[in-house]
Design a protein around this ligand. Sequence first.
Ligand code: FAD
Length: 418
Amino acid sequence: MDPLVVVGAGQAGYWAARTLKQECAAQVVLIGEECHEPYERPPLSKSVLAGTAGPDAARLKWPGGTLHEEIDFVSSTQVIRLERSEKRIVLSDGRILPYGKLLLATGGRARRLGVPGGNHERVHYLRSMDDAVRLKAGLESATSVLVLGGGWIGLEVAATARAMGKRVVVWEAAALPCGRVLAPSAAKKLVELHRAKGVVLQFGCQAACVTDGLNGGVVVRSDSGQALEVDLVVAGIGMVANDELAFDAGIACDNGILVDAAARTSVPDIFAAGDVAKQVIYRDGPAARLESWLNAQEQGIAAARSMLGIDVEYRPLPWFWSDQFDVNLQLVGRVDGINQSSLYWQFDENELMQLQFDPVGRLVGAIAFNRGRDLRAVRKALERGFEIDRSRFDDSSMDLSDQLNRAIDATQHGKEMT
Ligand SMILES: Cc1cc2nc3c(=O)[nH]c(=O)nc-3n(C[C@H](O)[C@H](O)[C@H](O)COP(=O)(O)OP(=O)(O)OC[C@H]3O[C@@H](n4cnc5c(N)ncnc54)[C@H](O)[C@@H]3O)c2cc1C
């Protein structure tokens, strides 16, 4: 029997390989182009960058043994071609490998700064462990940092660098940070948090070119003519899906590999999961790629089970967290603010909870700053498909946790009665 092959040894690939190994006796091959064993990326912009944890802390450990004993793990090797009619893949070292079922878990890469001087050696990116190690070394000798992009990676790097005592400026092209996914009111809270900690945030501002500075640094000019000399630049301007392997093999792609709820691509026996996969998400929303740690794990597991012929119906409820300064931020469901109304509770400076409702008043998501317990309650309710009405939250004199529990109980009861 031809092996079950997983391409991409990141979060999704690791969980898929682990599930395959646990659930069947077939040969499992996991191929990754990085020289490392699979690891988690969230610590790269947090503890690994800050130096409070070493690279090994991010490694995904194999239960009860080593990866190499349990599966065929091939590192430092890229899959360069997929020959779907022959059901085989071609590796960068010239080997050709047949597959029975194939999972593409190739994730993404950092979008490069496409301006003159954008490849300057002082311009850093942060996607991989090697990027993090290099950036950390650069940060140690830097006193000033310009972060390009006010998305999650940009803001986390800004927070980590600022906590290390660096002068930090962030340029963001849009009017607010994290604009694609975060309601404006919550995005404004993030701005306040960063400004209170001394980060300089400038909006409507993007890099136009990068040149050597006169004082040993690097000068970045903005599209409005502003020039800033800093020791180091970090471009956090988004991710590009690694879908070329699939696209070149004729698999349906559209800024990501299109998959159904069983992680199947448009080609039989080929599956996709994680950051590279695009599917319909929560409540029949539009197809999207979910760039999140939990989705990579859960979709990797779902894809593995689907590869084994098990019926799978994976409809992810988006959940994401970020750590910035002393705030643990969590998002669940739909929280982009588009066609949504919100209710929010501010408990203290860094503690808030915001509920998002769709146009008919149904709870569709929540944003929590240091309110993990409340967020978990909402997450549970949304996972169970409860339709909680905004009117259930009118009693502002009541504790939010009580209100949430009461609303969930009432909705659950209503569901059970019908
Ligand atoms: C710095 C950083 C911080 C993050 N923080 C958070 C967070 O706080 N919360 C959260 O929810 N999410 C966070 N994320 C997102 C989360 O880490 C990703 O969603 C997750 O890693 C996606 O996993 P993946 O396996 O799909 O892709 P990846 O992790 O990108 O793994 C794909 C792997 O495939 C390899 N590969 C690609 N093409 C080939 C090929 N042709 N042949 C062989 N190998 C190949 C790549 O090199 C890579 O190792 C963060 C991401 C980054 C980069």
